[in-house]
Design a protein around this ligand. Sequence first.
Ligand SMILES: *Cc1c(COP(=O)(O)O)cnc(C)c1O
Length: 527
Amino acid sequence: MYHQATWDEPLIIEKSQAGKRGHSPAGPSDTERKIAGDLGDAVPSALRRNGLPPLPEVSEPEVIRHFVRLSQENYSPDLGIYPLGSCTMKYNPKSAELAVQTHKLEKLHPEQDESTVQGMLALLYRLDRILAEITGMSRMSLQPAAGAHGEYLGCLIIRSHHRSRGEREKRTEMIVPDSSHGTNPASAAMAGFKVMVVPSNSEGMVDLDELRKLAGPNTAGLMITNPNTLGIFEKNILEIAKTVHQAGGLLYYDGANFNPLLGKVRPGDMGFDIVHLNLHKTFATPHGGGGPGAGPVGVTKELERYLPVPLIGFDGKKYFYDYNVPDTVGKIRAFHGNIGILVRAYAYIMSLGAEGLKTVAETAVLNTNYILSRILASGTYDLPFARARKHEFVLSAKKLYDSTGVRAMDLAKRMLDKGVHAPTTYFPQIVDEALMVEVPETESIADLDQLVEALLGVYREAETNPELVKDAPHYASVTRIDDVKASHPKTLTLHWNNPSVSKDRQVSNEEMPSQESKSGLTSPPSR
Ligand SMILES: *Cc1c(COP(=O)(O)O)cnc(C)c1O
C-alpha cells in the first residue's frame, strides 16, 4: 500500500549536513575552466553569484531514499490502472524511453548545421509524414508543446485564413459544443475570438438545428473533438462539417485523445481542416504534473502556407529546415519543439506498425465497454445519454447524491483507498455528479476487474456508510484536504522555514499575483 508520509517529514535541504557527499564529480577540464572563465568575465558583476548556491549536502542513500519516498507518495500508470477520463493515462512502454536516452541525442544542439543533424531531421520528416497519414492531413508542424498550444496555433491559422480573404474583421466567432474540453474555448478566447456554445441534444451529440442557427457570416470556425468528451462518436460529423463550411468557417479537430480512432478513422476524411494530436497522451510520453509534451498540428494543403517555420523539408537527397512558408503565423516555440517527445512517438509508432496502432484503438474501446457493461449490469450509477461509447464514458452519481448526500468527489476520494486512481470528476459539465472513466489498451482484465470492484465498492459503501466515504481517503499519504482553502490565495501559505534560505526566497500564496487580476477570469463557480 502507500508509504505513510507526514507533513513534518524533513525537506532534503533540512537533512543537509556540511561536508556530506553522495557523489564526487570529476573536476572541470582545462578547456572547460577556460570557457567558464571567459563566460564569467562577460557576465556583469551585479548578476554574478557571490557564493555557492544553498544545495543540500547529503549522502547517496539519503538522496535515493528521499526521492523514492516522494515518488511513492504519488500514483502513476507504472503502479496501476489510472482511469482519468479525457487524459489517456496509458502505460508507456520503456522501449520508447530507451530510444530517447541515447548519448547521441543528448549531445545534439538545435543550432548545429543541418548537414550534421541529417538523422534527426529524417526522423522529424518521417514523423510529419506518418502523423499526416494517421490524421488525413497534408502537413504537420511539430512545434507546439501541448494540446492547448496546438489549439492556439490552430486558432491563429484560422485567423490568418480569414484575413487573407479580407474577412478577418467579420469572422469573430468560434463555435464549441457544451461538452467541449475547457482548453477549446480558452484557446479561442486567447486568440481573440468570441466563444459561441452549441448545446448537445438528448443523445449527447451536437444539436444540428442549434448549430445551423449559430453558423453564419460571423463564424470563424468550429472546434470539436470526436468521439466527444462523453465518449460518443458524433455520427453527424459530415453534416456538421458541411454546415460550418457552407457558412464560410473552418473545422478544428481536437485530437488530444486519439486512442479510439488510431488507424480506424481520419479527421481529414471527416472534413476537418486543422487537427492537433497529444503525443503525450496517445503516443508514449508519460504525462501529468505539467511535464513536457507535444501537440503537433496538421493542416490541409490549402492551409500549409500559414504553418510555423521552420518545417522539415526533403529534396530527395538531404533534409533541411524549410522556411519557405509564405504566410507563416511565425514561430510558436523555440527551435523545433520538444524533441524527446517526438522521438518517443516515432519509436512507439514504429514498434507497433499500422496494424498495431489499429489494435490499440480496438483494445481501448473494448476495455472501456467491458467496464461500462459491468457497471450498467450492477444497477448502481446512471449513464446519461445514448449507450454506445468509444474510449470513455461519463457516469452520473446524482441519484446517490440525492439519497445519501455523498458526492462524486467523495466517491473519487474513497477510490484511492482501494488502490486505484479515481476517474475525472465534474467534467463534462453537462452531466450532474459526473465521473468520467477512460481506460486505455494497456490494462489487463484483472486490472479492469479491480477498477469495476472499486467503482461498485465505493457506491455500496456510500449507501450503507456514507460518513466513511465523505471522510475519505483514509489510507492515502495525504488525507482529505480542504481544496477551497488550498486554491485561495489568502488562506494557503507555501513556504518552509529554513535558516539557510533567505526570507526573500520564500514564497507565500498571498504574495503571488492573483489569478483573478491576471487573467480577468473570476473563480470557478462554487459547488
Ligand atoms: C488533454 C486535452 C487537451 C489539452 O491538452 P494539453 O496537452 O493538456 O494542453 C485538449 N483537449 C482534450 C479533449 C484533452 O483531453
